[in-house]
Each structure stands twice: as C-alpha cells, then as structure tokens.
Ligand binder design. Sequence first.
Ligand SMILES: O=C(O)CCC(=O)C(=O)O
Ligand SMILES: [Fe+2]
Length: 297
Amino acid sequence: MPEPWIVDRNVSEQDLTDTVLEHGFAIVHEALELTELARLYGELDRHFADAEFSEGLFYGKATKRFGRVLSKSKQAQALCLNRFALGPARAILGSSCEEIQLNLTQAIEISPGSLSQAPHRDQDIWLGAAHSGEMMLNAMWALDDFTRENGATLVWPGTHRQPEVQIPDTDGVAAVMPAGSLCLFLGSTIHNGGANFSDCPRRGLVMSYCLGWLKPCENPWLSYPPEIAREFSPELAQLIGYRQDCPSLNNVDGRCPSELLRKDRPPLAFSEKLTAEQTAMIEQFNQMQLAYNSKAA
Ligand SMILES: O=C(O)CCC(=O)C(=O)O
Ligand SMILES: [Fe+2]
C-alpha cells in the first residue's frame, strides 16, 4: 500500500491539492518528462559547479545554493508554470489574494557529509505575521534521485495544523522520490533538508509561491530587472511581480510595472485598477454628490 501522500502524474489538480491540505505535503512521482529533466539538469549543472558553499547555521556548511534560477535556465521558466505546482498553489493561496506570486527560486545541493538541517517552517521568514490561512506553497523538484541516504527532504506530516514550531521528537518522513519528481509542501509544514550519508551530492530545485501581497523571499525585480523579464512569457512576468493589484498596489509611476517590459513607452497617465466593490462605492458617492449639487443649484 503506497503512502497516502504519494500520487502519480495522472492525479487531478483537486486530488493533489486535497492531499497537500490533508498531510501538509504530497509527492508527485515522475512529474517531469525525462527530456524536461535532462534539459533542466544540463542548464543548471555549471551553476552548481560554480556556486560557493553556503554560509550560516541554517543553510549548513556543506550545501551549495544559488537563486535567480529563471535567468539561468529556460526549463526552469517552464517549471515555474508547471501545472502540478502552480495549480495547487493557486487553489490553496488564491482565495486570500488577487493573484499569487513567486516567492523564490533556489537550487540546493547537499554535499556528502552534510548534517541534517534544523527542522523549520518556511513561512517564518515573515516572522510570525498573522494570517489565518496558508501563506506559501513550496515545490521541491528532485534533480537527482532523493534517497534516505543522500539527504532527501524530510517532512513531518500533519505539522501544518500545529500552532507553534516545535523541534519534533519523531523522525520525519523522507521525501524519497526518483529524479524528476516533485514534493509539494506548505509554508506551515515542518521540514528540513536531510543529512547526506552517501558519496554523491543531492541536487534539488525549490520554487515557492506565496500570497500576492507579501514581500517575497527573493527580491524579484532586482533578480529579474526589466531587461531580463522582457524575455519571459507574460504569465511568468506577472508571477514574478510585473503586475498591479487593485487598486494601485505595486505601481510604478501610477502604472502597472508590466509597462516597463514594453520597448515603446509613450508618456502615460496614472491609471487605477479598482475592484467591483470600490467602483460601486465611488459611483454611489458621486451620484449622491451630483444629486446634492443639482438640488443646491
Ligand atoms: O534541501 C532541502 O531538502 C530543503 C531545504 C530547506 O528546507 C530550506 O533551505 O529551507
Ligand atoms: Fe525550508
């Protein structure tokens, strides 16, 4: 009997979302085609080779990391929009914001000899900011086979329902999965990178998504300034923040930042984007004003 959090690529978006919400995580076995995986691996290989070892207690000494992955790999751009990740991300986070956004891209190599990372929840980057619903969904793409020996991500099922982070006194579940598989886990689920007891490094690529009004972990506009983001698809550009939310959140000179991606930019007036409720309220107020003025005249 396979574990209840493991699904295959025929899973529906609804079942995958339900599995994540039930257990705090889900594993989609072989979510990628072999050609997609080979291309991704090939594009990222030299960046792993060139990357420095991370610094700091949390990252651990024997791990390599790099960000800005979308500018290093075209396949990663497609991955960011992959239905197994983006579908549940929109389903889980979409009702608490106008549009979700990319929180970060981070390639992670855990070297042989690396100790287990401290168990944590990723949403604590916002230092306990209050929100009653979920704030983040992580997609960990396995670039190598993830095994218990080489440092597969460990996840503590059901911990997304726990009010506080506690250092667990039980073993986590190792997200053992073949290369090309995907482990989705909530920002509220306790997890860590495992210890690597094997002879080979373990490579993975994390892409995470968060509520559209939060500050993303990886600064998207400095990571992907307009000259780079111009080459992205419009959907990807808007996911990394070239987007104006109602009524004027995230504007540049009163306009949607996606205007910066146009090559021809005529002078433009401030332009708002109102919600239906805001429009109705302002229209009602204006009508009252006109009625009052015509009576007074
Ligand atoms: O590398 C992993 O498996 C997980 C890493 C992680 O959770 C983190 O760095 O926040
Ligand atoms: Fe993490």
